[in-house]
Design a protein around this ligand. Structure first.
Ligand code: ZN
Ligand code: ZN
Ligand code: ZN
Length: 132
């Protein structure tokens, strides 16, 4: 008796004996059954990974090949879709035209304020010198 009981199965990831078998989804690239813990783990990881395909501004998911890396000075974490990237770039270009401190129209030369000054955009030479 008991010899013909169902063979115990083990989790593909942690090798624990499984009471409640969870079948991994096909696109997870996991072969074999999972215990409940690992199932949730993999699902979470997979979900987080999917977030990398998402525009951080509007949440659209155009796919990783249609996402743009934001410029360093924008201080944006993650990726942007083309629409949001263009929008950001336009705003960025606008902010380059005028000094963030005194509002003077900037010429071809604009200065990036230092991070610790807490100023967004660009400033003119006079303001930069007064700050420095
Ligand atoms: Zn497991
Ligand atoms: Zn977007
Ligand atoms: Zn200025």
């Amino acid at each position: 008796m008991g010899l013909f009981a169902k063979k115990e199965e083990f989790c593909t990831i942690c090798n624990k004996g499984i009471f409640h078998k969870h079948k991994p989804k096909r696109d997870w690239n996991v072969e074999g059954p999972l215990c409940a813990d690992c199932y949730v783990d993999v699902m979470k990881k997979h979900y987080e990974k999917n977030n990398e395909n998402e525009c951080v501004v509007c949440g659209k998911e155009p796919g990783s090949f249609s996402l743009w890396k934001p410029k360093k000075e924008w201080d944006v974490k993650g990726w942007l879709c083309k629409t949001c990237f263009d929008e950001k770039e336009k705003l960025d270009n606008e902010s380059k035209k005028f000094c963030s401190m005194c509002g003077t129209k900037l010429g071809f030369i604009s200065y990036s304020p230092k991070k610790e000054w807490g100023i967004k955009g660009y400033i003119c030479k006079i303001c930069w010198n007064s700050k420095n």
